[in-house]
Design a protein around this ligand. Structure first.
Ligand code: FAD
Length: 317
């Protein structure tokens, strides 16, 4: 079922979450173990992230360094199929521009369609860590907007090969990313919103936001989006703080602010359990206020650990 239909049919705020594929070499059991405790809160969908390849340098016998390409977290498509099969919940694979030619994207979308997956979150994807900026494949997409166009074309039966005159449409519901504190590369929020509006105009059906810890940022963002003519649902993404380190790491990775009150509460903690509890309580307060505001769904970045998200969901759903 499409996410937009889940949202339309909902009688109250929905609960959903995002998971990461396990590191290569690990089995899927621990992932199932982190999903199982959250199923009682009836998530209509679970997002599965996509992780592109990375470069590592390995020392050869002759002492020279050899550059190798490795993918640390493969398996997004298989995990989506396994989730749908085991939990009877819609899985939303993230699809990215990075590392994919248009042809590879088309083939991946065909696989998803054959698996009965109705939704994708269409993203540009992060740059490879050792590359300073995002580098598209020679025959790949540069921006999420280009990827949306390709997915939308397939929804109208338009594949890359013009000779395919009677191709069956692969009709996906398309989610996209939005940034209440603006995307790191955008010169300002106004410009970022111009491209977010373009994503809607090209066929995006809903937005999931980057994490934020101050609801005012989300409320302002929604207001500005509406002023720009962005009318599609905007699902807030929330991450409970689980370690003291995240107070400094999250802002540097995601270009977001941690409110003073939250960082001070974490600083006062005497052990890691107390930090987790502060994270849970902060997230519960955020969630309650957002639910009262009438958000369609509360979406949690579980990062593969269910205990904090379970505590939050128990207080809300
Ligand atoms: C909810 C969520 C889930 C995510 N999941 C993943 C994941 O699974 N895997 C992963 O690798 N990364 C993931 N990311 C991270 C994301 O890929 C990065 O933030 C990436 O840097 C930008 O992706 P985007 O889709 O927002 O890019 P875009 O929408 O392409 O935007 C990138 C930048 O270009 C600008 N821009 C957009 N369109 C155009 C255009 N047509 N012309 C000129 N400028 C333009 C934007 O303002 C922005 O500054 C996720 C992010 C979010 C918020």
């Amino acid at each position: 079922m499409k996410i937009t239909d889940h949202l339309k049919n909902a009688k109250k705020t929905l609960f959903s979450f995002e998971i990461l594929p396990p590191l290569k070499g690990q089995d899927i059991k621990s992932l199932f173990g982190s999903i199982e405790p959250l199923i009682e809160f009836k998530p209509p969908f679970i997002d599965v992230t996509y992780h592109r390849e990375e470069y590592v340098f390995k020392k050869r016998e002759n002492g020279l360094l050899e550059r190798k390409t490795i993918r640390k977290r493969p398996g997004t498509v298989g995990i989506c199929a396994a989730i749908m099969n085991r939990f009877k919940v819609d899985a939303v694979p993230h699809i990215i521009c990075g590392g994919f030619s248009k042809e590879e994207t088309e083939n991946a979308l065909i696989d998803l369609n054959f698996l009965g997956i109705d939704n994708v979150l269409a993203l540009r994807g992060d740059n490879i860590k050792s590359e300073g900026s995002f580098v598209p494949e020679p025959d790949g997409h540069k921006y999420a907007t280009d990827l949306i166009e390709q997915v939308k074309n397939m929804s109208q039966g338009m594949y890359l090969d013009d000779d395919l005159q009677t191709a069956v449409p692969a009709n996906f519901c398309i989610g996209v990313a939005g940034y209440p504190e603006k995307h790191i590369e955008a010169p300002n929020l106004k410009t970022d919103l111009k491209y977010l509006k373009l994503k809607q105009d090209l066929g995006a059906d809903y937005i999931v936001t980057q994490m934020f810890f101050d609801n005012k940022k989300y409320f302002d963002f929604v207001n500005k989006c509406r002023e720009e003519g962005i009318t599609i649902p905007i699902i807030p993404g929330l991450k409970p703080i689980t370690t003291e380190k995240q107070i400094t790491v999250l802002p540097s990775i995601f270009h977001i602010d941690i409110p003073e009150e939250l960082s001070e509460a974490v600083e006062k903690c005497k052990n890691s359990d107390q930090v987790k509890q502060v994270g849970v309580e902060w997230s519960i307060q955020q969630s309650k206020e957002l639910a009262k505001f009438g958000v369609p769904c509360l979406h949690y970045y579980s990062m593969g650990k269910s205990d904090s998200v379970k505590q939050i969901a128990s207080a809300l759903f």
